[in-house]
Write a new protein. Sequence first.
Length: 448
Amino acid sequence: MGKAKMKLFIFLVVLGVLSVILISKQKHYFAATEVYIAGNRYEGTLSARTISLDSHNTPISMKSITPIGNSSHFAVSAFIDHRLENTIRVISIIKRNSLQPLYCLYCNNDHACKFTEAKIDLHTDHFGFPFGASDVLCEGIHTQTVTHVAISADHISDINKLNFLPVKNRVNNETFKYNFTICISNLFGDYNNVLQFTQTMEMYKLLGVQRVVIYNTSCGSDLQKLLHHYEKEGILEIVPWPIDQFLNPSAGWNITLHKGDLHYYGQLVTLNECIYRQMYQSKYVLLNDIDEIIMPYKHANLAFLMEALQQEHKHVTVFLIENHIFPKTQFEESGKFQRAEWKNIPGINIMEHIHREPDRKNVYNPTKMIINPRNIMQTSVHTSLKHTGQVYRVPFNVCRIIHVRTPLQGSLTKEQLFVDTRVWDFEQELIANVDRALHLSGLLKSQE
Ligand SMILES: *[C@@H]1O[C@H](CO)[C@@H](O)[C@H](O)[C@H]1NC(C)=O
Ligand SMILES: *[C@@H]1O[C@H](CO)[C@@H](O)[C@H](O)[C@H]1NC(C)=O
Ligand SMILES: *[C@@H]1O[C@H](CO)[C@@H](O)[C@H](O)[C@H]1NC(C)=O
Ligand SMILES: *[C@@H]1O[C@H](CO)[C@@H](O)[C@H](O)[C@H]1NC(C)=O
Ligand SMILES: *[C@@H]1O[C@H](CO)[C@@H](O)[C@H](O)[C@H]1NC(C)=O
């Protein structure tokens, strides 16, 4: 062996020894794992293991609720989170007292898959219910090209038994299809408040809303026709939400009053899902209920309102809007909106309820929100849980929620309420559009 060759040999031996030492020191980063593919056991490391998959073996679930095998948990939807580096966020429903390690198997179109341990980020708002909204975060390399992901409760799993979800928001596209989208969390029971639903939808449209996303567990038969109409028209996106097939959802937020596994039919889950669903579709997202109208009082529509607000408050990403109650038990006196056409339409006629409850001493009016979805990480119902940017409580005289419902201050007489006829400003167009929608839904027969 020549002198030079000898030096090289020694160098390589030293390098080899050093590598072994280094790798063994880092070993705790790479906990060993095994995956089965088509019945074959596959061993690897948690971080950088690439697996080739046959496309026939990976049916992708299009369901909105997917049980995580061998656990009590559920996966809902998966999104690339462009605000974080190399992260897939899987909106999930986690049984809070049964936390356990979860794993991600994420794949791209070439069916190269990677296996990694997930981070579980339980949302702080769960109202004490056993199950809560959560993010399951899959962090790893090359997540940008991922097309589908499965969450597993076992670090040894049979790939054929995993349910893959499609990964959405793959392109960070800021040319929005819509300026204003409303996320309505849940329809359930035999909700059949057709007239208020129609009036509210038509009001939203006049205010400049281009998209309404609604999560449907169940609804009444007349409302069903209306939903089909709006879906056909293109404004309404109906997301199936069969939560009652998996859990016993509560019909409220107070667990002592409304027992169940999960707060209000999973409202916290659907609101978060909706924000991610709309992140690159809509400039702003409104989070409110179907019986609530976020109403500008100084501007003709939401576009003018938000232009003004955003100009004044450049760094605000969460706008809080105060809720105000218009009791359905108080009617305006003239009776001019008791139209014959609406006599047989079930539900509340919001045009007749123009009396607003006053603020109460020591009671904070709850808020709903207009948000920039790209700044929100996690939301609750009345406030955001995690976001970037500032929060602004919009003054009541600029914008407030018209919420026609059972009174909160039922003992007040009409004289003790404020007259607030803002919806009447839209009277002409609103009535014509409501009639049209009812006709097209088959709920209002022609006069002839
Ligand atoms: C659940 O666990 C069993 C036994 O450990 C295993 O055979 C099965 O593949 C697991 N199911 C899933 C969906 O991973
Ligand atoms: C971005 O969105 C716009 C409008 O929806 C669409 O026309 C365009 O093709 C999209 N661009 C990419 C790169 O997806
Ligand atoms: C959104 O608003 C911008 C101006 O603010 C307007 O140019 C655009 O047409 C609007 N988009 C839709 C879908 O209405
Ligand atoms: C709403 O969900 C119920 C229950 O799954 C279903 O029967 C109904 O067709 C759904 N309605 C719409 C409009 O999707
Ligand atoms: C929930 O309901 C119970 C029973 O009516 C009541 O005692 C409790 O104060 C309520 N909780 C809250 C936070 O309002």
